[in-house]
Ligand binder design. Structure first.
Ligand code: SF4
Length: 178
């Protein structure tokens, strides 16, 4: 069995287990599975074939397929961002497939890439009152687990890190250096 076969089987099973269907467009399905295989070979994990990965697993944890955004997207739009997982009615009529908005917050994308490039602003001076107030008000807050590097966007840190299980107090507010 090739790596693409293995990934396809795993995605099929995941779809069935979650009540979803795979992409009804055969060519797109093939391309997405191939993209996952390429990313798995390149990074050692199957990051989303439609998104730019940082190449550091903990920073890409939210976009390892199936990503953290899939369920909300399938729920709201009938398909995930790439269209790999779809709802029954979309599977029955592929003309219902369409581009959908990116749910991964821009701040998380920026933070993941910045961390991977070694430009992260995680020192204390970026977590205190020197933070520009306008940026604080207008943007989604990004939190970084200081134990494993996991990034997430939300008002408050998660109670427990989904990757390493560190508690909320181990999260630090993350801001990019300007
Ligand atoms: S958008 Fe779809 S293909 Fe991309 S990671 Fe999420 S579930 Fe997988």
């Amino acid at each position: 069995m090739t790596q693409t076969d293995v990934i396809l089987q795993a995605m099929k099973k995941n779809a069935v287990d979650n009540g979803y269907f795979l992409c009804p467009d055969t060519q797109l399905l093939q391309d997405l599975i191939k993209g996952l295989a390429v990313n798995t070979q390149r990074y050692g994990y199957g990051s989303c074939p439609c998104r730019i990965a940082s190449g550091v697993k903990t920073y890409d944890a939210d976009i390892i397929c199936p990503c953290e955004y899939r369920d909300a997207d399938v729920d709201e739009f009938g398909m995930c961002y790439c269209g790999l997982f779809v709802r029954k009615e979309v599977h029955a009529d592929s003309s219902k497939m369409r581009p959908i908005p990116e749910r991964r917050p821009q701040e998380v994308q920026d933070a993941a890439l910045a961390v991977a490039e070694g430009r992260q602003g995680t020192s204390d001076k970026h977590t205190g009152t020197s933070t520009p107030a306008v940026r604080e008000e207008k943007k989604v807050k990004v939190w970084r687990c200081t134990v494993c590097g996991y990034l997430c966007a939300r008002e408050t840190p998660p109670p427990v890190c989904p990757i390493c299980k560190a508690k909320a107090e181990r999260f630090k507010h993350f801001l990019l250096e300007k």
